[in-house]
Design a binder for this molecule. Structure first.
Ligand code: TYD
Ligand code: MG
Length: 452
């Protein structure tokens, strides 16, 4: 009999070392190594998972992935790139209580109603708890099977017996394989369970959704390799103080990334928000200094968000800077540009930036919006309520072009905005939109002249 080997695994990123280390050379985490058994390859259960394939000329490979299953939840379908691809593995991460299980149940119910046999495997709740929740969100269907199980081997056995069209594992951290000695939730277990479930799904063409918890710092608990193994990674965002939830595609082998789906958490589960711009602008104050609307692009969809700024003279030695929803460093940079190039001295002011509704906008295209909001608050002059601004700001105070201008401006026009400030370098053919006054600007100073 072979001697079993152990190794030390980083519990954050899955880095393996033959001896214990205090600091992980891969992710620089401290005190995160735990000893785990190294799986012997070639054991029976693994042999069964092999593909046993032969090399084929690429021309002769039949396409099986073309067929997608539509979930019936339009927001999820779009994030997935038009439905679930057969045999794909989808990881869905998010903080506890954000609504992962709810979304999965609602989606499975939709699919079951279409006549597909679906299996929801939970290791976190009892069958009756799941039933209670399903009743609440009206997700009761005879084709929706529920299995409460944590053992990987038994799960795979049951999947083979029931042969469902889609499987959900809620959550991957609770799954454990008896072949490994390490505790459930440890890196070794999570990696082993995922890799076997993914192989299984590829081999039999059954799509599998893996629900993953996130750690305090926001990454999916368990090894980073999990994200490399699956085809699609979705993150559930939003905070508990707001009712909306966003599902964001972080990685997608079969579709666009950074696409988002917007939901609202109600007492009957998650409701799709088909018109997010209206949703995020609902409570916008009119004619108040420090507020401006920016069309930000999330994946392929433009979403109008309101950027708010409050600039007030500081009462302490060092001014406070707070940025919620936008990048803090970006704000500091823009403050410096305003100071140096436009002569607006914000150095002695506290600056608070907030994106209304709690959304996050990461793209530099909103730079001009941040600048406009800060200036408006600083000068105490409101910006016209029907004006949008759009553009990236360079260090010399120049306004740079942004991508997909036409989509963004069309969305603004649809919601009744009639004037927009855009970079000079934008080509003219993409900005022919009726009832929209286009104002092209090359430098920040021109923006200030045009806005106030
Ligand atoms: P859940 O799906 O259990 O979260 P996760 O699986 O990501 O941990 O979501 C639970 C939260 O959602 C809980 O705080 C209550 C809330 N909720 C509603 O507001 N309405 C509902 O219909 C349901 C089912 C949950
Ligand atoms: Mg859950």
């Amino acid at each position: 009999m072979k001697k079993s080997k152990t190794g030390f695994f980083c519990q954050h990123c899955g880095y393996m070392s033959p001896k214990w280390l205090g600091k992980c050379p891969s992710c620089n985490g401290w005190n995160c190594f735990a000893e785990e058994l190294i799986v012997e390859s070639g054991s029976d259960s693994r042999a069964e998972m092999r593909f046993d394939g032969k090399p084929l000329p690429i021309e002769d490979i039949p396409i099986t992935e073309g067929k997608r299953t539509i979930t019936g939840i339009a927001e999820v379908d779009r994030v997935l790139g038009g439905g679930i691809v057969a045999g794909s593995a989808i990881l869905i991460g998010g903080e506890p209580g954000i609504g992962k299980s709810t979304l999965m149940l609602q989606m499975m119910h939709n699919l079951a109603e279409k006549g597909l046999k679906v299996l929801y495997i939970s290791g976190e709740e009892s069958a009756s708890q799941i039933k209670l929740r399903s009743e609440r969100i009206e997700a009761i269907s005879k084709n929706l099977f529920v299995l409460v199980e944590v053992s990987l081997e038994k799960m795979l056995e049951q999947i083979k017996i029931i042969s469902p069209s889609i499987v959900v594992i809620d959550s991957i951290q609770t799954v454990y394989s008896a072949e490994l000695v390490s505790a459930p939730g440890s890196v070794g277990q999570v990696r082993e369970a995922s890799s076997r479930l993914i192989l299984f799904s590829k081999k039999y063409g059954i799509p599998v959704f893996l629900v993953g918890h996130v750690t305090k710092d926001g990454s999916i608990a368990g090894p980073k390799v999990l994200e490399h193994m699956v085809d699609t990674v979705l993150y559930f965002e939003g905070d508990s103080s707001h009712s909306y939830r966003i599902v964001r595609g972080m990685k997608n082998r079969f579709g666009p990334t950074n696409e988002i789906g917007v939901f609202e958490m109600r007492d009957k589960g998650l409701i799709e928000v088909l018109n997010p711009s209206t949703f995020f602008l609902a409570e916008r104050p009119q004619n108040v200094a420090g507020s401006v609307v920016v069309p930000s692009l999330e994946g392929t969809r433009p979403i109008l968000v309101e950027i708010q700024a409050l600039v007030s003279s500081t009462s302490f030695g060092t001014p406070r800077r707070t940025a919620i929803g936008v990048d803090y460093n970006r704000v500091s940079l823009l403050v410096a540009v305003l100071d140096k190039i436009c002569g607006l001295h914000l150095g002695g002011s506290d600056i608070f930036i907030n994106v209304a509704g709690g959304v996050r906008v990461e793209e530099p295209a909103v730079d001009l919006g941040i600048v406009a909001a800060m200036t408006s608050s600083f000068l105490d002059k409101p910006i016209d309520a029907r004006t949008i601004v759009l553009g990236e700001v360079g260090l010399a105070g120049e306004v740079r072009a942004v991508s997909q201008m036409d989509v963004r401006i069309k969305e603004a026009a649809r919601l009744g905005f009639n004037r927009c400030l855009i970079p000079k370098t934008s080509t003219s053919e993409m900005v022919k939109i009726a009832k929209m006054e286009i104002c092209k600007i090359g430098f920040l100073k021109e923006m200030l002249e045009n806005l106030f």
